[in-house]
Design a protein around this ligand. Structure first.
Ligand SMILES: C[S@@+](CC[C@H](N)C(=O)[O-])C[C@H]1O[C@@H](n2cnc3c(N)ncnc32)[C@H](O)[C@@H]1O
Length: 260
């Protein structure tokens, strides 16, 4: 199967997930519309001062995080492969009266509308596992970032793949899984989806290879999302997972700068 076929499979799966996600407590769209941010403590602490910055959000789903950055004063563009998600994001843009642009595209084919690259490229939680080629992904990041601009990601740690019985290391062929979704109301939704594992070293090396200087790499023993079996909320909004009585690193974050 070619990557295009896998992308088509994933697009169909993500299209299916949008409605239950939009209606879920997990995403809490009502809370967002009432003024809550969907951003989490990790990225809020590590990526500050976005006011008046042009921010590109890769794999934005239906735009809650993109619009939350816009509420903090960033001038945002969100990109996602799912037309159903992008339509919902555009509906939310109208409902919130925020001036945010949403583009339906797979990230590898994304074309900026204006010549000027972005000040910030952002991506988060459950994004890069849908991408087969991290070298190309890092090139997309770098080509859309101005020199001196900031790259930031917060992502689930790949060790979780290993503990769940999948490969930690890169494979040519994706893992194809027929799975439900992670929101509390998604029981009926089962979709065939293709994912690719990406060890931490590959993420860092792909960014370095594309000219993104890594300024910090952090690992966290908790996730802001209760989305893996067996998680325990030890502190409000911090979900932990243990392996042989020790905490698993669940989330990592990378902040980098594009060098000339
Ligand atoms: C888990 S979600 C994004 C996470 C985000 N933090 C959230 O929960 O809103 C993953 C997103 O990646 C998108 N996606 C998957 N493959 C993609 C691709 N090749 N190009 C662009 N978007 C893609 C899906 O449509 C989905 O909206």
């Amino acid at each position: 199967m070619t990557n295009n076929k896998y992308f088509e499979m994933n697009r169909a799966g993500w299209d299916q997930r949008v409605k239950p996600h939009f209606e879920s407590k997990f995403y809490d769209v009502d809370g967002f519309l009432a003024g809550n941010t969907s951003l989490q403590e990790i990225e809020l602490a590590e990526l500050s001062n976005v006011r008046d910055k042009r921010l590109l959000h890769l794999q934005c789903h239906f735009g809650l995080d993109t619009l939350s950055w816009a509420r903090q004063g960033a001038i945002c563009t969100g990109v996602d492969i799912s037309p159903v998600a992008i339509q919902k994001a555009r509906d939310l843009t109208i409902a919130t009266k925020l001036d945010t642009d949403f583009v339906c595209s797979d990230i590898y084919s994304f074309e900026r509308k204006v010549a000027e690259p972005f000040d910030i490229v952002f991506t988060s939680y459950g994004a890069i596992c849908w991408l087969p080629d991290l070298k190309k992904w890092a090139e997309v990041v770098a080509s859309n970032l101005r020199t001196g601009g900031t790259f930031y990601m917060a992502e689930f740690h790949p060790i979780i793949e290993l503990i769940s019985g999948f490969s930690y290391f890169t494979q040519d062929q994706p893992d194809i899984d027929e799975e439900g979704t992670y929101t509390e109301n998604g029981g009926d939704i089962v979709a065939k989806l293709a994912t690719w594992p990406h060890p931490l070293s590959n993420v860092v090396n792909a960014l370095l290879g594309a000219g993104i200087q890594v300024e910090c790499l952090n690992e966290f023993p908790y996730s802001p999302y209760n989305c893996f079996e067996g998680m325990v909320e030890r502190e409000p909004g911090r979900f932990y997972l243990s392996h042989k009585d020790h905490d698993i690193p669940i989330v990592y974050s990378i902040k980098g700068r594009k060098i000339a």
